[in-house]
Design a protein around this ligand. Sequence first.
Ligand code: ISL
Length: 559
Amino acid sequence: MTIAERNWWKEQVIYQIYPRSFQDTTGNGIGDLNGILSRLDYLSYLGVDVIWLGPVYPSPNDDNGYDISDYKGIHPDFGTMADFEHLLAEVHRAGMKLIMDLVVNHSSDEHPWFKSAVASKESPYRDYYIWEEGKASGPPNNWVSFFEGPAWTLDEKSGEYYLHLFGKKQPDLNWENELLRKEIQDVARFWLDKGIDGFRMDVISLISKPQDFADAPYEDFVDIVDKVYANGPRVHEFMRELHDEVFCHYDMIALGEGAGINPEEAVKYTGKDRGELNMIFQFDHMHLDFGKKGRFDPVAFSVKDLKDCLLRWDAGFAEDGWQSIFLDNHDFARMISRFGDDSDQYRGVCAKLFSILLLTQRGTPCIYQGSEIGMRNTHFDSLEECRDLETFNYYRSFKAAGMSDADFLAVANQMGRDTTRSPMPWNEDENAGFTQGTPWIKMGDDVSAINVQSDVMRADSILRFYRGMLRLRKEELALVYGSLVDLPQDNASLFVYKRVWSTKKEELLVVLNMSSTKQAAPDIDFSKWRLLIANCLIKTPKHLSPWEGRVYKRNLSPQ
Ligand code: ISL
């Protein structure tokens, strides 16, 4: 096994801010940059290193900012460029870093490039997008969009179809066009020159399309993404070009969102001599419950499936490459609601267990806002309360296929993206201190009990536990550089592994009971280990309480 090279970006912990839902200061019900500024003390208190700021650019907000109409501006809902620059300076002053979302697989259809491309086939911007003739029966091929329905929309004027792997207001950019690639380089330089510390690059694995645009020979949507849309023929060339032209001139984080990658591809994106990205997000664990038709067609999965998936991916990076570890984000249900037990009885201990899992895996951890106080899925009582276009699109198609509103809402409450986008609950004020206006999306049902202020006050809170885990992550570099060694158990509810850092002759032991029932402890002589942190009072060494998690340490005896 090779020994991981030390790099500053491996030692960071990222905190994802979904700007609309973090902190409003103007009363328009939408979070803003000054709101983030007002909460920097909180992020310092929590102990995170890097803020990943979701898109704050001008956008018609068909997909909450993932449809950008001006890559070099700030949406007035969020503030001004001066507000952004002030925030960036203060983030740096507080000793943190800031990375921005770079959404360049597609733009908004309201971007001037697309407007010009539609206005005339002769426009120099026409080829910035992907146009194809339809077939007699309709679109050029059978590709479907991530957000349901065909991935092609007819432009009546020219009679050609444009490709959009996401919503129809999100036309895909044509990376085959060199001028377009230069525009993207220019955008990246613009923000890096302002002093930001890198990018989270939206669906970057999708930017190179197979140019034959042949039909996808798969029914299962995850297969279509993995085998047709992702890792296209020129993707690594495009990544290297961006690196050589721009990224290599900055000391930055390049974190790719790797929809549809597999471990082998992941190492191509992030291998240390490849000159592409530093790290990547993989999604296999997020797809464990996706059925044939994607997220709104969920299937059952087990703790073992989750464990196997995490282990398989860790093994993929054993020799080279690096990943960023996450268990939820703005696109997926809350981790305790999805993988754990979010009942009143177990929410607290379960959220702490998942913080151990998140912060003891090998990879740069990414905490999604609100997980550090154990937020659970928000439940919507009707579709009128939902906000996400993906939910609405799937609703139309599932309804047409005969599903009832009640059944669809139940699935949306389990799997939909809105479940995880409710605003941060800060305190017990009106709207939990998020806004003095009307929040753009419903607050969580339980904000009077689950909010930052109450967790700051309580010594045994989830928030305090996260702080402890973040401190541990800083103190114990074995958690960053140690290899991950699974200790297989007969009991499928247990996840037990070591992080072995041979360079320093140290190892850490992580013991997790990922179930709501008491389990026999693994057959380990714990007297040989020093306990560093635990989420329960250890009642008997022989048993693990529901969702009990512990981290131990010992020095390796000299060989
Ligand atoms: O399952 C997925 C990948 O196979 C998806 O979740 C995928 O990762 C996701 O849809 C891509 O998300 C990103 O791009 C979208 C945007 O709506 C999401 O919010 C963003 O995170 C389009 O820009």
